[in-house]
Ligand binder design. Structure first.
Ligand SMILES: Cc1ncc(COP(=O)(O)O)c(C=O)c1O
Length: 389
């Protein structure tokens, strides 16, 4: 006899405790233990847990108008759109609100197919873009593709940072979707030079370029977005036709956004895009407050300082062989399996993440993290190294 499945189906391996409360960079479990959240609630809580200003902004809006869909103009939606476009500081001057990263990517890919009339999608090996049909099709995971054929068009996966492979992009390709810093793919940076060449090539073939900035956006790497600013430290801007955002955008309130060039925005007809909940007033209030605080508190500069401090502090630890990434999206390449180290870190009351690459662990902390928290991590990693190496 088969056992009865749980009411809530098991879809994620979970922590061996329940998180019941959060405060700043910390979360607390059901036994009152405190954990330093170097995983930021899954790359989401940019301003830490239970930020009081965001909670108040949501609460104020909830008392005024809890919800109405896109059938009505909402001033708060218009203002939030303006705020995000100003924050992003690029040529992408229009946007569409939705509810998640996958939804933003799905809409971007769908628009690309619709506007170009082509059905070949291009992605990079190691890319991760979400679980909806087209987003899953451009995600480099053969296990998924074996389970569901999903998108019936062609998908081409290019070798990242390989200029030669760019020749495969031709007039049949609707779009290329790229995470400028592949997060799940082991915090692997797509170089600025490659992104510039990719831009050239896509312009030549009339292929739309989409930056998936679900993880790299909202100031996480030290710039508002890679789009329009270039990879950290290069000052050579690359301009995509669309960029997608979610995760940190409203500090944990569900939201997604698809930023669009004026050329693309002007092609969109009534009914082309839609969502019941997208652009809902509570998400808009959370977004407005999140972006305002990031700018007021100079947090983009702060995350760059934190990265530098972590790089210096961690350089002496034998367990860590390389530090990858920027700002608060960092990968530590380890001399042993990341899964083992992430498990051990929990014994030191620190939460961190693994990645799709066995020996790379990920740190995606809230931007408000301080040097003393990095010290805590370094001490724990040193002790873990002494025990395991
Ligand atoms: C780069 C990237 N794109 C898209 C997604 C999908 O976002 P969501 O889980 O909000 O649908 C993720 C989620 O981890 C991601 O890391």
């Amino acid at each position: 006899m088969s056992t009865k499945p749980p009411v809530l189906v098991d879809t994620y391996p979970q922590y061996p405790f329940e998180i019941t409360r959060g405060e700043g960079v910390y979360v607390f479990d059901d036994s009152g233990n405190r954990y330093l959240d170097m995983y930021g609630g899954h790359a989401v809580c940019s301003l830490g847990h239970c930020n009081s200003r965001i909670a108040e902004a949501i609460s104020r809006q909830a008392e005024k108008l809890f919800f109405y869909s896109n059938l009505t103009k909402l001033s708060i939606r218009d203002e939030a759109a303006e705020t995000l476009v100003r924050f992003a500081d690029s040529h992408l001057s229009s946007l569409f609100f939705c509810n998640s990263g996958a939804e933003a990517n799905e809409n971007a890919l769908k628009l690309a197919v619709q506007l170009t009339g082509r059905s070949r999608l291009v992605s990079l090996k190691g890319g991760w873009h979400g679980r909806t049909t087209m987003a899953a099709a451009v995600t480099d995971d053969p296990k998924w593709h074996a389970k569901t054929p999903g998108w019936t068009g062609d998908v081409l996966f290019l070798a990242p940072n390989d200029s030669q492979d760019l020749q495969k992009i031709d007039e049949q390709c609707a779009a290329v979707i790229v995470e400028p810093l592949q997060s799940i793919g082991g915090v692997y940076e797509i170089t600025n030079d490659y992104l510039l060449q990719l831009r050239e090539r896509t312009k030549k073939s009339g292929t739309l370029l989409i930056f998936d900035e679900v993880q790299t956006g909202v100031g996480r790497t030290g710039a508002p977005y890679v789009n329009g600013h270039g990879q950290a430290g290069t000052n050579k801007e690359v301009c995509a036709d669309m960029s997608t955002s979610a995760k940190s955008l409203a500090n944990g309130f569900p939201i997604g956004a698809l930023l669009l060039s004026p050329e693309i925005a002007s092609e969109i007809q009534l009914g082309d895009l839609g969502s019941t909940f997208g652009g809902g007033p509570l998400a808009m209030a959370a977004l407005q407050e999140t972006l305002t605080i990031i700018q007021e508190s100079n947090l983009q500069e702060h995350v760059r300082d934190i990265e530098m401090y972590l790089r210096e502090s961690i350089s002496q630890i034998p367990l860590v062989t390389e530090v990858r990434g920027h700002g608060c999206l960092l990968g530590l390449k380890l001399s042993i399996e990341a899964k083992q180290v992430v498990g051990k870190l929990r014994d030191f009351n620190i939460l961190a993440g693994t990645s799709g690459v066995a020996d790379v662990m990920r740190l995606l902390p809230p931007y408000i993290i301080e040097k003393e928290h990095i010290d805590e991590l370094v001490t724990a990693l040193t002790k873990i190294g002494e025990e395991l190496l």
